[in-house]
Design a protein around this ligand. Sequence first.
Ligand code: NAD
Length: 243
Amino acid sequence: SGWVRNRSVLITAAAQGIGRASALAFAAAGARVYATDIDAKALSRLEVVPGIVPRRLDVRDDAAVTATFAEIGPVDVLFNCAGFVHAGTVLDMTDAEFDFAVDLNVRSMVRTIRAALPAMLERGEGAIINMASVVGAAKGAPNRFVYGVTKAAVIGLTKAVAADYVARGVRCNAICPGTVESPSLEQRLSATGDYEAARKAFIARQPMGRIGQPEEIAALAVHLAGATYTTGQAYNIDGGWSL
Ligand code: NAD
């Protein structure tokens, strides 16, 4: 997308999976990318990529989020990709697990948006992209209680921000993937105790007959950054799961 060229972009959870693929896609489109993650070691693999500046950032840390935006200055695009999948039902979950998921999956986006938005408003332009999931608002899924709660909340958050700033040049959209290949997906499949059966079941959920690739989600993020007549939308990108 031409819009992205020479823009500054901050991505959270960019050390692996969809966030990493997005850092590479934005950089390939000519953006200056701040690739942030809590995992500094995995992030450092991005150091060699032209256009990418890796920076450690824990999105659960208020002071660190504020300090990061103060240091890097205004960004044109904020891609909130950080999120965690808790496995279990409402009865399996502890209060601490619920609080952790809400903090990492939802509150983290409130932190970064509060930090990035004033400069966007001052310039009258900006794009915020939030990572939700097809699980949550579009679909319920078994053993994804807190995850579904938090990802539905991301869509509410997205629409609320879009509505507040629609006339001031700031757009806010959400991405809702189905199952996508990533290191944490591999862990979730292994954690079931029967990797092959779990993988088959996840593929069976996707009418296209395959798991998505992180690059396919990254392409949507780049598109939404430059989608200048689009705001407040939740985009399913799910191999047909929500059909
Ligand atoms: P992943 O889960 O493999 O990687 C997550 C990254 O988040 C890691 O690099 C980790 O270090 C980082 N992280 C964890 N805590 C952090 C913190 N406090 N601060 C900063 N970074 C932190 O990657 P993924 O599977 O591509 O998931 C990325 C996003 O996409 C998540 O929000 C996830 O819920 C969402 N999503 C994934 C899928 C999927 O099937 N993979 C489907 C729908 C939505």
